[in-house]
Design a protein around this ligand. Structure first.
Ligand code: NAI
Length: 336
């Protein structure tokens, strides 16, 4: 059976890592029809639209996207494409597995890190409701709803149950934001009651950040509202070797868009230096979502084998190979 996927290469390092990921997926032999949809800063600025209609039409047809990063201007300019996409398609769950890869030198050599981050993806301070009340006085609204909090909590617990995970920790700042984070926490607590076989814990976000650095191996499933989820994801990526290797998925009821945690990395774009592992492993998550478990295992094992061998790694993880050379090695490992 053919699968259909909207391929959004993005900009910066996006097209380089997308090409590498597509090559690896195709090497598995899975029958995928790619619908390529360009989206980058130039197109957005020219069209004046954050999400062009052809992109939404394609995603509405395929229901699945593999997406590279898209540059968002800081402090001004257009709204983040990612935020717009997540809201428009109601991709409420951001899922980010953070796992030690064999052979990657990190500060945590002696421990095995294997955690999955569940970040609420549609509200919180990402609602974009900012006002300048009078000159030089700005408010930014943090929106937390029961519907969205329960939905992400249920998603995380269901994942934990399905994947034999033991502990879910809800991360919050309800000691200060008693109403907003208080509601999020209440929803997590209530949801946990429906999953008696899974341990449920709570940590305040500042303490959680310290514990993550001190004892990363003790974390299993992390459940967070949007902003803390964003920050903690990058922190966690740093524990296992950086943004080059951490994948992600944005999941909704009807659509799913798979993308790395990293951004468009303008500092290394176009130099053949980008590590495509993060998007490759996002594609592994996509294959699992498509029900292509054999291909997904094959691709995951191939990436791990290339890391174990250590000969064709990119410079962010201590190697000297280019994006293309790493991709060649993964393709060879998949084809066996
Ligand atoms: P970034 O993730 O692009 O880069 C941070 C650092 O990590 C840089 O030093 C970069 O070289 C390195 N890095 C990132 N990915 C790498 C890879 N695959 N291989 C090797 N090194 C890698 O974050 P930054 O600089 O804050 O953001 C750049 C742009 O990307 C901004 O416009 C931002 O809004 C956008 N962005 C887009 C995202 C998306 O489309 N999903 C997510 C995050 C940021």
């Amino acid at each position: 059976m053919s699968h259909y996927c909207t391929l959004i290469p993005g900009d910066g390092i996006g097209p380089e890592v997308a090409q590498a990921a597509v090559r690896a997926v195709e090497a598995t032999g899975v029958d995928i029809v790619w619908r390529r949809a360009e989206l980058n800063e130039a197109i957005i600025l020219e069209s004046g639209k954050t999400l062009p209609q052809y992109l939404l039409d394609s995603l509405n047809e395929t229901k699945i996207g593999l997406k590279g990063p898209v540059t968002t201007p800081v402090a001004g300019g257009f709204q983040s494409v990612n935020v717009a996409l997540r809201k428009t398609l109601d991709l409420f769950a951001n899922v980010r597995p953070v796992k030690t890869l064999p052979g990657v030198k990190t500060r945590f050599q002696d421990v095995k890190i294997d955690m999955v981050i569940f970040r609420e993806n549609t509200e919180d301070l990402y609602s974009g409701l900012e006002h300048e009340i009078v000159k030089d006085v700005v408010t930014s609204l943090k929106v937390i709803t029961r519907t969205a909090s329960e939905r992400i909590a249920r998603y995380a617990f269901n994942y934990a149950k399905k994947n034999s995970r033991k502990t879910v920790v809800a991360i919050h700042k309800a000691n200060i934001m008693k109403l907003a984070d208080g509601l999020f926490l209440r929803c997590c607590r209530e949801t946990s009651k429906n999953f008696p076989d899974i341990n449920y814990k709570e940590l305040i976000v500042d303490n959680a950040s310290m514990q993550l650095v001190m004892r990363p191996e003790t974390f299993d499933i992390l459940l967070l509202p949007n902003l803390y989820g964003d920050i903690v994801s990058d922190l966690a990526a740093g524990l296992v070797g950086g943004l080059g290797i951490v994948p992600g998925a944005n999941m909704g009821e009807t659509h799913a868009v798979f993308e790395a945690v990293h951004g468009s990395a303008p500092d290394i774009a176009g130099q053949g230096k980008a590590n495509p592992t993060a998007l490759m492993l996002s594609a592994v998550m996509m294959l699992t979502h498509m029900g292509e478990n054999e291909a997904s295992h094959k691709m995951q094992s191939a990436v791990e084998a290339v890391y174990r061998e250590g000969k064709y790694l990119t410079s962010d993880v201590g190697g000297t190979s280019s994006t293309g050379e790493f991709a060649d090695a993964v393709v060879r490992a998949i084809k066996g």
